[in-house]
Each structure stands twice: as structure tokens, then as C-alpha cells.
Design a protein around this ligand. Structure first.
Ligand SMILES: Cc1cc2nc3c(=O)[nH]c(=O)nc-3n(C[C@H](O)[C@H](O)[C@H](O)COP(=O)(O)OP(=O)(O)OC[C@H]3O[C@@H](n4cnc5c(N)ncnc54)[C@H](O)[C@@H]3O)c2cc1C
Length: 432
């Protein structure tokens, strides 16, 4: 078993770009080179805006290359809670989420990125009768709001034994996020964006009509700045306070599994799976014939976010969950584990807006940013290039950068959620 502090999906790019040395100027400076920041910069340069992108590490090496690779057309969070919390904009949020998948598919086509994308859709999977009722209710709520979702039941759908059905999100599917993120990084360089890597932005200050960014060995004078710093925003004095809370999510992956054994599990649809537990567990088949799985436990950040490997006890718990879900694959070894920081918001929605004059932020988070972060970034870029607020951007735009703390993100609630899930699993096993 290898515990990695990097992504398990792809090798670290060897061609790290030079750090910023000295002073430079631009119309827009984008801070953070995840999929969100890279898509923002790409769209800006396409719109003829002079843009500089500054990345603390290597573009794409954050959450964007570490995630489960489930490209989904649904908003993050429980649809019933979301539609109750945001009754007036829920329909618009669903439309935004639906629009995010074709946006990413467009990136793959335009830049010829081969990341093993399979248009399988994703199933919010029910592993108990209670979860099946929840899936039915969620599907109805999503359909009413215009989502491309369908309630499915039983084995006909092609899911592993023990999965009773669920809410099928037809858009999207699964891909290798490492190849996607580093493919977009390559496109960014080809498009002529000035990119500086290994360049952490330490300060952002307004001076008259422009904004100055300080880095260890240079400065940028920009007309406007976009913060695309995702979970790291918490540690940045220049990001709005409580913009998003960082949470560590772990992933693990098996050794390659013989195709006939995979098929014998019944998973012929190859759809990505996300269980409807309090703290979900995700499973997906990878292009290399393995199963990657993640979450089940979320860990809060008690100090500054840094390089980190997954916790062996969390990976052992994830592995137990994998074996419970796939009893016929108990002998299959789990070969590697990694993790990453996601950003959570109390509203469960992406957030975008202007924090101080000419300083903008954009975070599409809560574990659904693979499609949403680049789409949100591109919509913000269009706004900065002079367009009206796009219909998909308007429901997420915040006029005031004030954010409340999340009532759910504390160790006690997360532990209670995990314990309730395990108890429900045990009761469910007792019944079957
Ligand atoms: C384990 C895991 C599983 C996930 N699974 C899924 C999934 O299946 N589907 C899905 O839709 N989403 C998933 N997500 C979420 C998704 O990966 C993220 O929402 C998305 O990648 C966010 O993109 P981003 O560009 O906003 O952030 P990031 O990729 O985190 O990029 C932010 C960048 O900002 C840089 N930065 C920060 N501070 C500074 C600074 N001061 N100066 C310069 N640069 C800075 C960082 O180095 C980083 O590269 C998952 C995430 C994780 C970690």
C-alpha cells in the first residue's frame, strides 16, 4: 500500500514553469491554478484579455487532479435540504449544475484531452430501503427543478449486488481527473497565458485603480484579480473571511481486477456510484480496470493546509466499506491511497462575487467542483470581459462577501454522522 501526498491518477508534471521573478503587469491576475483558475484564465485570454496566472505549486496538482473523477450534473448536497434552504434559486442552481457538464465535455473536445472519459452518468445509490425512499424523493425534487435525473430500481440497471437502485444523474460520467487537470494545464500554456508556478501569492492590496500582488520574488500590478484558491482561501488574509471551510477527503484504489470478475459483480452499467449515507462513499471503475473509492470520513483542518498523506486508519475504514460493498472482491488488494482538500460552504452552493474593489473570488465546491469549478470560472471570466451576468452565474453571485460559519462542520457532527451510517449499515445487514 502506497500512501501518496500527490494525486494517485497521474505523474507530477516534470516541466514545472519558472516562478515569478521581478515585476510584471496585466489586466487580470488569476491566483490559483486548479481547474477553476485555469478555466478562468483560458476564457480571459480567448476574450482578448491580458491575463497572468499565479500558482503556489504546480497547476492542477490540488483537488483538481486528486478527486474521484465523477463528473456530475447535479448540485452538491441533499436536494431536499437544498431546495428548502434556497427555494427561490434552487431551479437556477440545478440549471448551473446541468450546464457545467457540457462545458467540461467541450474542454475535452476542444483541447483533445484524452482522460478516459466514459459517459456513464452517476448513480446516487441506495443500499437500504430507507435510502431508496430518499432516492425517489430526491429524484422527484430534481426533476421538478429541471434536472436530467431518473429514479431507477433493481438489478436491471447494472449495478453491484446490494445496491437497490437510486437517483440516476444521466449527465457526465467518470474520467481520470489527473489527465484532465494536466491536459488543461497544457492547453493553458498553448493558449499563451503567462503562467508562474511555485509562486505563492502572499498579499493582495488595492492601490488606486489597480491591485498589487506580492510573491516571494516578484510583484504583479493588475487591473483586477480573481481568487481561485479553493480550500486554501481559509489561510489567506486577503480572501473573504470564512469564504469556505477546508475538509480533507481520502481516496483509495485497488489493484487491477480481471474484467470477468468485475462483470460478475453485476456492475455492467459502469456508472459512478455515490451512496446516500450521511457521509457518502463513492465507487467507480477506472480506465485501468481498478476500482477507486473514497470519502466515508471527512477530516477538518486544525492548522495551515499543507502537503499531507491520507491517514492509515481512515484508509482502513474506507477499505472495510469497499469489502462490505463488494464481498466477492475481498481478496483484491488495495494498492494506493491519496487525498485532497475540498472547500465547504454553509449554503452548500458555489460562491462567486467581488470581495473588495477589483478583487473577485470564485469557488465551486462541496465536492462537486470537477465540472462546476471550471464552468464557474469561465462564467466569471465572461463577466470580467464585459458581459452581463450570465443566467447561470446570477443565482450564485454574492453582492456582499459575508459568510457565516457552517453549523455542521465540527468534529462532533462528523463523527456522529459516521457512527449513524455504520449503525444503519449493521441494521441493514441484519435484515438482509
Ligand atoms: C478526494 C477528492 C474527491 C473529489 N471528488 C469529486 C468528484 O468526484 N466530483 C466532483 O465534481 N468533485 C470532486 N471533488 C472536488 C473537486 O476536485 C474540486 O471542487 C475542484 O477540483 C476545485 O477546483 P479548484 O480549481 O477550485 O481548486 P484546486 O484544484 O484546489 O486549486 C486551487 C489552487 O489554488 C492554489 N493556491 C492556493 N493558494 C494560493 C496562493 N496564495 N497563491 C497561489 N496559488 C494558490 C493551490 O495551490 C491550488 O493549486 C473532490 C475533491 C477531492 C479532494
Amino acid at each position: 500500500m502506497t500512501y501518496s501526498a500527490f494525486t494517485g491518477w497521474a505523474d507530477t508534471p516534470a516541466d514545472v514553469l519558472p516562478a515569478l521573478e521581478g515585476d510584471t503587469e496585466c489586466d487580470v491576475a488569476v491566483v490559483g491554478g486548479g481547474l477553476g483558475g485555469m478555466a478562468t484564465a483560458l476564457r480571459l485570454v480567448e476574450r482578448g484579455v491580458d491575463v497572468v496566472l499565479i500558482e503556489a505549486g504546480v497547476c492542477g496538482a490540488g483537488a483538481s487532479s486528486r478527486n474521484a473523477g465523477q463528473l456530475t450534473n447535479a448540485p452538491a448536497g441533499d436536494p431536499q435540504i437544498l431546495s428548502t434552504m434556497h427555494p427561490r434559486r434552487f431551479r437556477d442552481v440545478v440549471r448551473f449544475a446541468e450546464g457545467a457538464v457540457p462545458f467540461v465535455e467541450g474542454l475535452l473536445d476542444r483541447f483533445d484531452i484524452d482522460c478516459g472519459y466514459e459517459r456513464t452518468g452517476n448513480l446516487m445509490a441506495a443500499v437500504s430501503k430507507g435510502q431508496l425512499r430518499k432516492a425517489k424523493r430526491n429524484t422527484q425534487i430534481l426533476q421538478k427543478a429541471g434536472a436530467d435525473a431518473e429514479f431507477v430500481e433493481g438489478g436491471d440497471f447494472g449495478v453491484p449486488e446490494g445496491i437497490l437502485g437510486g437517483s440516476f444523474e444521466r449527465g457526465g460520467g467518470t474520467l481520470n481527473p489527473g489527465l484532465l487537470a494536466f491536459g488543461v494545464r497544457k492547453a493553458l500554456r498553448g493558449a499563451g497565458v503567462r503562467v508562474f508556478e511555485r509562486t505563492p501569492v502572499r498579499a493582495v492590496e488595492s492601490h488606486g485603480g489597480s491591485v498589487h500582488l506580492s510573491t516571494p520574488r516578484g510583484r504583479v500590478r493588475a487591473g483586477r484579480v480573481v481568487l481561485a484558491t479553493n480550500a486554501h482561501s481559509r489561510d489567506l488574509a486577503f480572501a473573504p473571511k470564512r469564504l469556505a471551510a477546508p475538509v480533507w477527503v481520502s481516496m483509495a484504489e485497488t489493484e487491477p481486477i480481471a474484467p470477468e470478475r468485475l462483470e460478475a459483480t453485476g456492475w455492467t452499467s459502469r456508472a459512478g456510484l455515490v451512496t446516500l449515507h450521511n457521509l457518502m462513499q463513492s465507487f467507480r471503475i477506472t480506465p485501468r480496470g481498478t476500482i477507486a473509492f473514497g470519502v466515508r470520513r471527512l477530516q477538518l483542518a486544525h492548522s495551515a493546509l499543507g502537503s499531507r498523506q491520507p491517514d492509515p486508519s481512515v484508509v482502513a475504514d474506507l477499505t472495510r466499506g469497499f469489502h462490505d460493498r463488494f464481498p466477492s472482491l475481498r481478496d483484491v488488494a488495495v494498492e494506493r491511497a491519496w487525498g485532497g482538500w475540498i472547500a465547504m460552504t454553509p449554503s452548500w452552493l458555489p460562491v462567486v462575487g467581488e470581495s473588495t474593489k477589483n478583487v473577485f473570488y470564485s469557488i465551486a465546491c462541496n465536492g462537486h467542483g470537477l465540472a462546476q469549478a471550471p464552468y464557474l470560472g469561465a462564467l466569471l471570466a465572461d463577466r470580467l470581459a464585459g458581459d452581463e451576468l450570465h443566467d447561470d452565474l446570477a443565482p450564485l453571485w454574492r453582492d456582499r462577501p459575508r459568510f457565516a460559519p457552517s453549523p455542521f462542520l465540527n468534529s462532533a457532527t462528523l463523527t456522529a454522522g459516521w457512527m449513524a451510517d455504520r449503525l444503519a449499515d449493521r441494521l441493514n445487514r441484519g435484515r438482509s
